[in-house]
Design a protein around this ligand. Structure first.
Ligand code: ADP
Ligand code: MG
Length: 236
């Protein structure tokens, strides 16, 4: 107990200095919990990719991030690690309800994110669920109200916000909009607006996108607060 308290204080202090942490090359060098380090190790993640080196230290410092990097650059861990750590440092548990929400454009991508989350978050005491439709709404309804972390597609999430009793986002700490350009390309602008309106204003938001279009920038202006902009460009 006492050791854990000490670890939490130490992590909080170190995480508040993103400048220094941007020099970390290995996951084991980051100011993150031994639980997350263990999960990353088991999944064979050792060295950070470029976008991870730029975005994770800011995420750990609870900053809003607008991140751009092409497909395959490792954006998933760039938001999942900050989610796990921010909730861990807040001693999040079952009774605290929904702490983090990841919005993904498609079912397939949502499933992929969920699989990575299960792997690297295994040591944590957080519950996680997937809201992607295609299944019985009632079955999902019984479970969503209890989850600490949700990975969702926009349409189905909105359906739960409208129809599921006991589904409460008032405590949300971290919102992630993943593949934001695709979410918008697929015509989910209205759903996104309605979702964001349902969320507490006081929160951290991480927005990732493969491309920086005008509509992504408009979305960023509406959903982020004083964001740090990080981008990884392809080498010529
Ligand atoms: P993006 O979301 O940017 O398209 P993903 O997060 O899906 O990228 O990652 C792409 C691939 O790279 C996945 O197979 C993932 O397991 C792998 N990957 C991500 N980060 C690392 C890392 N730090 N070291 C090794 N492989 C990684
Ligand atoms: Mg991705």
């Amino acid at each position: 107990r006492q050791n854990e308290e000490k670890e939490l204080q130490e992590l909080e202090k170190k995480a508040s200095d993103p400048q220094t942490n941007s020099n970390c090359k290995l996951f084991s060098e980051l100011p993150i919990s031994t639980k997350t380090i263990e999960g990353l190790k088991r999944a064979n993640f050792v060295e950070l990719t470029d976008i991870q080196r730029k975005a994770i230290p800011l995420g750990l410092a609870k900053r809003d991030v607008l991140g751009a990097a092409k497909t395959g650059s490792g954006k998933t861990l760039a938001f999942l690690i900050p989610i796990l750590e921010v909730l861990y440092r807040a001693k999040w548990n079952q009774e605290d309800g929904l702490g983090a929400l990841v919005i993904s454009p498609t079912r397939e991508l949502a499933v992929q994110i969920f699989e990575v989350l299960k792997k690297i978050g295994k040591q944590h005491m957080l519950s996680a669920g997937l809201i992607i439709g295609g299944k019985d709404l009632n079955v999902e309804q019984e479970r969503v109200a209890k989850m600490n972390i949700l990975v969702a597609t926009p349409g189905r999430l909105l359906q739960h916000m409208d129809q599921t009793a006991g589904f409460d986002c008032d405590n949300l700490q971290v919102l992630v909009l993943d593949e934001a350009d695709r979410i918008l390309d697929m015509g989910f602008q209205k759903e996104l607006n309605a979702i964001v309106e349902n969320l507490p204003k006081q929160r951290q938001t991480l927005l990732f996108s493969a491309t920086q279009t005008k509509s992504v920038k408009d979305l960023a202006r509406l959903s982020l607060r004083d964001p740090e902009y990080v981008a990884v460009h392809e080498k010529a």
